[in-house]
Design a protein around this ligand. Structure first.
Ligand SMILES: [Zn+2]
Length: 225
């Protein structure tokens, strides 16, 4: 299942079996919060141990799994009702032979994740930069569920160890904005950004330390950003 997930961890060597008996590799497992509509009202439900399978273009829920975990799923007259402990947890409607969960429009859902998670999603951009984006509301719907960050972020530590100090422009002190801009390019990432970019590029103004992050589709697009 694809979606906004928190507490995500990567998996290796796991796969799911498809209807055609082929198998698709899972990239990770996590919890997903869905905004479902029950009796005209929006409410949040949390699905745990959701598999992330990048090659599947749909979000799928297994009726067998739900039933195994104590849910009661019924189908009648083009509608489905999922009950947990006799309470309605979610409803669905049949469209073109498939049952679809009744959910609130995606634009109504803020992307909520922990600060650490945002730091990772944004290509390990510095935490102060992420905090500033949240404070300035730079990204629509970016919300933080917790301000906790890992004491040790492994990719950042590896990156720091491999980095050589950035040379100053001929040893001269910069005195103005945009006199010296450092840029860096990373990727390709295993998951594209919302805009479909597989790479991320950073621009840091040496004087003000103002930083911008872009997500180009191709490496060669970085200069046009
Ligand atoms: Zn990091």
């Amino acid at each position: 299942m694809r979606g906004c997930s928190d507490f995500y961890r990567q998996t290796t060597g796991r796969s799911v079996t498809m209807g055609d008996k082929g198998s698709a590799a899972t990239a990770g497992v996590g919890a997903v919060v869905l905004n479902v509509i029950v009796h005209g009202k929006t409410r949040k439900i949390k699905l745990e141990k959701v598999l992330h399978v990048p090659t599947i273009g749909f979000n799928l829920m297994s009726v067998g799994m739900m039933e195994e975990r104590g849910a009661e799923v019924s189908f009648k007259g083009g509608n489905t009702i999922i009950k947990i402990s006799y309470n309605v947890a979610a409803c669905g409607t049949r469209k073109s032979g498939l049952y679809h969960l009744d959910m609130a429009a995606l634009s109504d859902i803020a992307a909520v994740a922990s600060l650490q998670h945002w730091h990772e999603r944004l290509g390990h951009v510095n935490v102060t930069g992420v905090k500033r984006m949240i404070k300035n509301k730079d990204i629509d719907g970016l919300e933080c569920s917790s301000m906790a960050v890992n004491d040790v972020c492994e990719p950042c530590m590896n990156e720091k160890a491999a980095m050589t100090p950035m040379p100053r422009a001929g040893g001269i002190r910069v005195t103005k904005r945009l006199q010296l801009v450092h840029s860096d390019l990373g990727g390709p990432m295993s998951e594209p950004s919302r805009g479909g970019g597989l790479y991320f590029g950073t621009f840091t103004d040496d004087f003000s330390r103002w930083t911008d992050v872009v997500f180009p589709q191709k490496k060669s697009d970085l200069l046009s950003e």
